[in-house]
Design a protein. Structure first.
Length: 218
């Protein structure tokens, strides 16, 4: 595949697929999944604004940083609705506060807009991966048809995407981003993974029902 700006834009626009499906199926979806649906719609808005800022100002880092803060908080809300924090509400409040503090600290004290939420990105990506693994682990013992379980599909998508995000940030930490070709290849892989996870989310939205999903006990 020949990669350029428009190829990346098309792949990232795959978020529109689950977003459109969610619009038509919204009334049939359990309220437990609403935070994730809202996040998908916010993701669509972020993609539009990101494309605009990249075209007009040649820099959409601020849009991405704001979206990632929203993403972290909505995903915490989503896991809370699943029941992950039922017996540990204090952990939910702690993680929320930590995410917000780290994000604001990096944004206001960063000297570079190109990578100004590094520690925040690492912290929330690792947290989401661990919460997703916990959710999948619990589902393995109670769910027979995992491929039709929206929670399983969402968590698998989150694990794939955020694990790669952690690897990508680690490359930057050890100076591997200095090579232009290397950075381009990393970004290409991220674009493909992003498209893959969006298609997984689309399948998850198709299987969402009014019936309450399994509640986790953390």
């Amino acid at each position: 595949m020949q990669f350029n700006y428009y190829t990346t834009l098309i792949l990232s626009s795959s978020i529109l697929i689950p977003a459109i499906i969610a619009i038509f199926r919204y009334n049939q979806i359990s309220s437990v999944y609403r935070p994730f649906i809202y996040l998908i719609w916010i993701g669509c808005l972020a993609e539009i604004l990101g494309a605009y800022f990249a075209y007009v100002y040649q820099n959409n880092a601020a849009v991405g940083a704001i979206y990632r803060l929203c993403e972290s908080l909505f995903l915490l809300w989503f896991f809370s609705k699943l029941g992950i924090f039922n017996n540990h509400k204090s952990l939910l409040y702690f993680l929320t506060l930590v995410f917000i503090i780290i994000w604001f600290a990096e944004v206001f004290f960063s000297k570079s807009f190109s990578n100004f939420t590094f520690y925040f990105d690492m912290a929330y990506a690792l947290t989401i991966v661990l919460l997703s693994i916990r959710s999948v682990n619990d589902l393995l013992f109670v769910e027979k048809d995992l491929l039709r379980n929206p929670t399983f599909l969402i968590c698998v998508g989150l694990i794939i995407f955020f694990t790669y995000q952690i690897i990508q940030r680690m490359f930057g930490l050890y100076g591997l981003k200095d090579s232009l070709d290397f950075r381009r290849n990393v970004q290409r892989i991220l674009s493909i993974i992003n498209c893959l996870t969006n298609l997984i989310y689309a399948l998850a939205v198709l299987w969402m029902r009014k019936r309450q999903p399994f509640k986790f006990q953390f």
